[in-house]
Design a protein around this ligand. Sequence first.
Ligand SMILES: C[S@@+](CC[C@H](N)C(=O)[O-])C[C@H]1O[C@@H](n2cnc3c(N)ncnc32)[C@H](O)[C@@H]1O
Length: 244
Amino acid sequence: MDLKDVQENWTRFGETDPFWAVLAWPGMEAGRWDPDAFFATGQEEIAQVMADLAALDLHPDRHTALDFGCGVGRLTQALAQYFDIVHGVDISPPMLELAETLNRQGDRCRFHLNPNPDLSLFADATFDFVYSNITLQHIPPRYARGYIREFLRVLKPGGVAVFQVPSRPHGLVQRLLQPIKPTRLWRGYQRLRYGQQPVMNMYGLPRRQVVDLVTRHGGEIVEIRSDSSADAAWESYRYTILKA
Ligand SMILES: C[S@@+](CC[C@H](N)C(=O)[O-])C[C@H]1O[C@@H](n2cnc3c(N)ncnc32)[C@H](O)[C@@H]1O
């Protein structure tokens, strides 16, 4: 399972049912999301994130933010109410096309296709704030670790990153499957089972590994809180990081 497979999968989601692929709420499949209601969830989420940062006494500059795994821009547009410029990055061309079409924030939201395992499209110390929700959970761990390292590289000193990633599944069978899921063997099995249909793959990064990775790359963990935005079958966390 490499990034090409991930891209293929999310391209199909973007072509078939983009809003539902972003927020798989029951009853909202097959194009049933009302766009205003969909984007309102982004406004609520980001308002809460900004309130949480203030409660932690974190006040990053409000110039430039990154929304990693931006999809159709649900959170990118919401972040533009707090930051001058927000860059949304995604691996799926149709998601990004829709993000451009639905963008009401003009030049303040800038969308980028990034099929690479890094964020080399941005220089070191570019961002005051990096945000990523319900994205790293769909990326095989070896790549997810690379992106977290990149979050720290592209943050300015004094910048803040908030990202969510599951730690491990609750169920034993899923736990045993974890090492197999990022492999070609598993990809082959999924092709046989689902054909061309896209599949919502879920992966975790153990909390201990995330803490170690962040601290080794110049980040200070300010808060780790349990998070319910992943599938309920997973133990998941939201990490708030300050770049030294
Ligand atoms: C569940 S959606 C969440 C979208 C957005 N974060 C939100 O909450 O509205 C996951 C998104 O991550 C994107 N994605 C998956 N792998 C990615 C990668 N390696 N780099 C960038 N985006 C990726 C998908 O294309 C999809 O748009």
